[in-house]
Design a protein around this ligand. Structure first.
Ligand code: GLU
Ligand code: ZN
Length: 315
């Protein structure tokens, strides 16, 4: 198997990131898998190379070792998304030739006016299929005035999968209404596109990430099916909550590894606090554990296996 950690270098690594890195690392190492680190610096406005390098420094300092990724290399030419645009273009061109994507010229005001609140088990509806069937002449005319975003033509589909942490999930995507963007009008590639193409290309078989990304799995599984690739196992991990309730989840966003290091915390102390909260090691006053020892403690953790994913797609 192959697991991965795919942070966006838009800030210093915080405890929430370390938590996800830790869970994916433990799961991969305990299955004797290959661990990949990939920098999701696709948003050129918000990502910084220097923050990416600082993030890698922090990961190394904490004791993480990856088999493929920045600094160690691997079969891919680059593990920075900003250096992988050729791949994204190639796939977009192919999808366009196959008539599976189309240009959308709608402006933000129009899109906002049609957005509806999500219902349980449904993805937020952003669209109404307005530009789905524009003829070639109209498209050429409109392109003179505005560079369009590219949307995928979704057919009615139900995605069922068993999430490692969240249990059985079902998401429904509807034709037209759920046609989602693969490249924005300003040329920026959508997260859903880049993440799926990279995970396919890198051969990732298990994705552990924060539960805030659970709903994006619907779009991503749809892309796997469009590209005739087998989707990975998914685990959307809960955020850490201390006995006091929400305080930690609020704080963990702002507490960076850099700050803790400057306050004199050791890697073992940071990992120890997280390991206690996760229930991996018993509670103590100043918990402290190395990543290596943590792997031994969690070797018996059986919760981290995944069941088969079923994709039903009705055309
Ligand atoms: N780059 C995303 C983030 O930092 C995670 C993407 C993923 O794990 O699929 O939030
Ligand atoms: Zn449109």
């Amino acid at each position: 198997m192959k697991g991965r950690f795919a942070p966006s270098p838009t800030g210093y690594i915080h405890l929430g990131n370390v938590w996800i890195a830790l869970l994916s690392y433990i799961s991969t190492r305990n299955q004797n898998g290959t661990y990949v680190v990939r920098m999701e610096d696709i948003d050129l406005q918000r990502s910084k190379r220097s923050l990416g390098e600082a993030l890698l420094d922090d990961l190394e300092w904490l004791g993480f070792e990856w088999d493929e990724g920045p600094r160690v290399g691997g079969p891919e030419e680059s593990y920075w998304q900003s250096e992988r645009f050729i791949l994204y273009d190639k796939v977009l061109n192919r999808l366009e030739e196959q008539g599976l994507i189309y240009p959308c010229f709608c402006n933000r005001a129009r899109l906002q006016s049609i957005a509806s609140a999500p219902h349980r088990g449904e993805v937020v509806h952003h669209y109404d299929g307005h530009c789905r069937d524009l003829d070639g002449f109209t498209v050429a005319q409109k392109k003179l005035e505005k560079s369009p975003s590219m949307r995928i033509k979704v057919t009615d589909s139900t995605m069922d999968f068993n999430d490692i942490y969240q249990g059985p999930q079902r998401f429904v995507l509807r034709q037209g209404i759920d046609d989602f963007v693969l490249r924005r009008g300003d040329g920026m590639y959508a997260y859903n596109l880049a993440v799926v193409l990279d995970d396919i290309s890198m051969g990732v078989t298990e994705i552990i990430r924060g539960h805030d990304l659970l709903e994006t799995t619907a779009q991503q599984m749809y892309l796997y099916s469009t590209l005739h690739a087998e989707p990975p196992c998914y685990g959307h991990a809960p955020l850490l909550i201390d006995n006091d309730g929400h305080r930690l989840s609020k704080r963990q966003k702002s507490i960076t590894v850099k700050e803790l290091r400057e306050l004199g915390w050791s890697p073992e102390r940071i990992l120890g606090e997280l390991a206690v909260l996760a229930g991996f090691i018993p509670k103590s006053d100043a918990p402290s554990i190395s990543l290596e020892s943590l792997l031994i403690y969690t070797a018996h953790t059986k919760a981290l296996h995944c069941e088969h994913i079923v994709l039903e797609k009705s055309i």
